[in-house]
Design a binder for this molecule. Structure first.
Ligand SMILES: N[C@@H](CCC(=O)N[C@@H](CS)C(=O)NCC(=O)O)C(=O)O
Length: 241
């Protein structure tokens, strides 16, 4: 038996917000479950869902658990038969979209790690924290320079004139610069313009509202918010069966 897939909305500031926007743009029925990354995510029950204790996680309509942003993006791409948020596999546009997703999910996202560690490492001295912060800011600046150079002047989104999975992966993470004050966004005008375009998009606004626990009206594709406890109970009994 199949039902709507369930995707995580990790908060605060989860990268999953980008893929929530992608679900909205795709327009096929799905559900969401909010995951408090500082709370419920740390429980043993969640560790059975994702042993690496991270969001995002997707539970497919068949009850399979799929983790990792890139794997979930590829799952969405395979579902996108009308090519609303992706391109025909094998085309130059599809290859370029994969290239962007890979860069964004590795180099670009990873550059923020020292900044998160500086914030969360309870044992660290102030001097160690400052070293991490400096390393993180330099690394984020370097990845911004690289992304700024990759983005052309000729299209509204990363590839062409519609938002795709690459823009979704970008938007979930790009906003972290504000929280960490890692770089001056005005130094990267193409990145800033892209962020502003996506952050004003109803799909991304919906994703952020769900993340914040605010009432939200989306495209209608989101068929319900499922409490995480229900998701954990159902997936653990499915895994045990
Ligand atoms: N490789 C994973 C990384 C995902 C990731 O970094 N998730 C963050 C939130 S956006 C997380 O859950 N971090 C764990 C923590 O905050 O302790 C992916 O691409 O899905």
């Amino acid at each position: 038996m199949t039902s709507e897939p369930i995707f995580t909305s990790g908060f605060p500031l989860g990268s999953s917000a980008g893929l929530v926007a992608a679900f909205e743009w795709l327009g096929k029925p799905y559900r969401l479950t909010r995951v408090d990354m500082l709370g419920e995510m740390r429980t043993d029950a969640y560790k059975r869902l994702n042993g690496r204790v991270e969001t995002p996680v997707l539970i497919t309509g068949e009850g399979r658990v799929l983790t990792e942003t890139m794997a979930i993006a590829l799952w969405l791409e395979a579902r996108d038969t009308e090519r609303r948020i992706s391109f025909e596999p094998g085309t130059p546009e599809a290859d370029r979209m994969h290239q962007y997703i890979a860069f964004l999910n590795t180099g670009f996202t990873g550059a923020f790690t020292p900044l998160w560690v500086a914030l969360e490492a309870e044992e660290a001295t102030e001097q160690e924290r400052e070293t991490l912060r400096k390393f993180g800011r330099d690394f984020v600046a370097k990845r911004h320079e690289q992304l700024e150079a990759m983005i052309g002047d000729s299209s509204a989104y990363l590839i062409g004139d519609k938002p795709t999975l690459a823009d979704a992966v970008f938007a979930g993470v790009a906003r972290w610069v504000d929280f960490h004050k890692a770089v001056d966004p005005n130094d990267y005008p193409r990145i800033l313009a892209l962020r502003q375009r996506i952050e004003a998009d109803p799909a991304f606004r919906f994703a952020v509202a769900v993340e914040d626990g605010r009432p939200a009206i989306g495209s209608g594709a989101m068929k319900g918010l499922v409490p995480l406890a229900d998701v954990l109970r159902e997936t653990s009994s499915a895994l045990a069966a």
